[in-house]
Design a protein around this ligand. Structure first.
Ligand SMILES: C[S@@+](CC[C@H](N)C(=O)[O-])C[C@H]1O[C@@H](n2cnc3c(N)ncnc32)[C@H](O)[C@@H]1O
Length: 217
């Protein structure tokens, strides 16, 4: 997280969007030590989806399906979600968790490496949530943009990487490659004329980019 412990505690005590199924999936993920989006980022994602109502959504990094279930619930009955996960055990658990959330008919999991799967995708999306390999955000950036509908949104989690990107926290030398890749990724996102981009210090840092249309300034 990139906010102070007190702020994070306060935010978490005031966030109340999760239904029983999402709470259950979050508890399962925590009990099995599976990665999942932080509560405040999940809340932001929920708000974005509720207000923009995307109908086609792509996620990179399924884990055991918490965020994809959340997306499917927030986006509603007419939405479809594709999500990519490289570990089969996670994919199988995600499919069980979609049943808990009642969204199993609307979520499709691609099993494999996002770097292999993304170039084969032909669908365009209203929203893409990047929550997979942080070291490949930069590699995947152009492909993500090419998969967005005009007005579509690219939301990327962990972009401030525990405060290491802004220098708020000291880092070990072994983190330098990931830090320089994420920094370059943010530099490119923020200076890309095709996009409107903002970076929010929520959770582990979230970037939100919107693909401009021909008449947008
Ligand atoms: C932070 S977790 C995703 C959490 C999930 N979005 C949620 O909040 O419920 C990242 C996931 O990406 C998967 N992953 C990592 N590298 C990947 C790759 N190259 N292709 C596909 N999935 C990958 C990991 O196995 C892990 O399950």
């Amino acid at each position: 997280m990139v906010t102070s412990k007190k702020t994070t505690k306060f935010l978490r005590e005031h966030i109340a969007f999760e239904n029983t199924a999402l709470k259950e999936i979050r508890d399962i993920a925590n009990s099995k030590n599976k990665p999942l989006v932080q509560l405040e980022t999940a809340n932001l994602l929920y708000m974005i989806i509720k207000s923009t109502k995307p109908s086609t959504i792509l996620e990179i990094g399924t884990s055991i399906g918490y965020s994809s279930a959340l997306i499917a619930i927030a986006a509603g009955e007419s939405s479809h979600i594709d999500t990519i996960e490289m570990l089969e055990e996670n994919m199988l658990e995600a499919k069980e968790n979609y049943k808990i959330a009642g969204v199993e008919k609307r979520v499709n999991v691609f099993l494999g490496d996002a770097l292999d799967i993304v170039p084969k995708i032909e669908t365009k999306y209203d929203l893409i949530f990047m929550d997979g390999p942080k070291s490949h955000y930069l590699t995947l950036k152009e492909q993500m943009i090419s998969l967005l509908n005009v007005g579509g949104m690219l939301v990327c989690d962990n972009v401030l990487f525990r405060g290491l990107i802004t220098g708020d926290k000291k880092h070990a030398r072994r983190k330098e490659t990931i830090i320089s890749k994420l920094t370059l990724f943010l530099d490119e996102l923020c200076t890309d004329n095709r996009l409107y981009t903002t970076i929010l210090p929520i959770g582990d840092g979230v970037s939100i980019s919107i693909l401009k249309g021909d008449t947008d300034e």
